[in-house]
Design a protein around this ligand. Sequence first.
Ligand code: SAH
Ligand code: SF4
Length: 367
Amino acid sequence: MFDLSEILAKNDFSKEELIFLLSLSGEDEKTLLNKALETKLKFLDNNVHLRGLIEYSNKCRKNCLYCGLRKENTKVERYELSEKEVMDCASLAIKLSYGSIAIQSGERQDERFVNKIEYLIKKIKHLSNNSLGITLSLGEQTKEIYQRWKEAGAHRYLLRIEASNKDLYYKIHPQDALHSYEKRVKCLDDLLELGYQVGSGVMVGLPFQTLGDLADDLLFFKRKNLAMIGLGPYIPHPDTPLYKYKDLIPENAERMSMTLKMIAILRLMMPQINMVSATANQTIDELGREKAIVSGANVIMPNLSPAENREQYSIYPDKACVNDTPTQCYNCLDIRMQTINHQILYNEWGDSVAFTKNQKTNHQQEL
Ligand code: SAH
Ligand code: SF4
């Protein structure tokens, strides 16, 4: 059988070794998480980067079977932030010294939406004298649209693959042109080709998901050489079709533990990437966000969205911190990070070290 200390001395794992690591429990699980923390501190120090999250709109053209924002969920009151509301969020990010923001939304491709995002990116860049980094998480778009937004000033893009196994992908999405696995992968490839820092990720603890699937997800991230990863537990939403399988999924504690192991293993495999501690962690475990940070994550996305819209951005139920004001978040986060001996870096973009290093190597090769 496998020897844990021998495996932990490596940074490249076979699928069987990954399944072994994902199966760890008790003291062995703790050894894995501690090794990931040690690796992170060695390569990236105890720094935590912030992305102030702006939940731009909950209007969505898609019908992902797990998500509360899906088009067919008629219980959601739909909203779209005004220009002023977005600019107020950006001003708040500057005031709170957040070095970066992330604009997230339900997926839309109409010209009005695309133009407005382009305009807002330019305006935020101008407002901040280029000091705010901009991450986008606006779903699948054409390469031309990704390019327009990049030229406007966005430099990072998050698009979770959700499940890298095609069979599983179609168990959690409708099988139609709007939810094509190939299109999802093509979008990631387009973003990589355009020179974005690209992030992806999956939900952990989905119905029908096996340890083999999760191992394949980790191998997928490595193969794509991604700069950022956002992993979080799946949280069943009562107004979605996938909810009927909620009894098939592991308990909260088990989904949390699996998420932490995924983060920890990935930190060993890709020591210098940026990894988000998702808000979903905190939703299923009061200390979930901190646990992810001490298991290898190094990015947090505090919410900047206007209070009146937060409940409506109900991707999953009982989202943590929906009632906190941005200033409360600011203070709370700083203290929470200090208690685990981590420090937030303010006024910095906090780019992925893996990405920056890659860029330099490519540049040197071109010379
Ligand atoms: N529309 C964009 C961005 C918003 S959704 C997109 O789909 O890429 C952002 C993320 O929320 C998704 O990638 C998905 O992984 C996550 N999400 C959706 N429903 C969820 C649920 N029920 N539990 C946990 N995460 C969920
Ligand atoms: Fe829309 Fe994204 Fe939710 Fe899918 S996951 S329904 S694309 S908001």
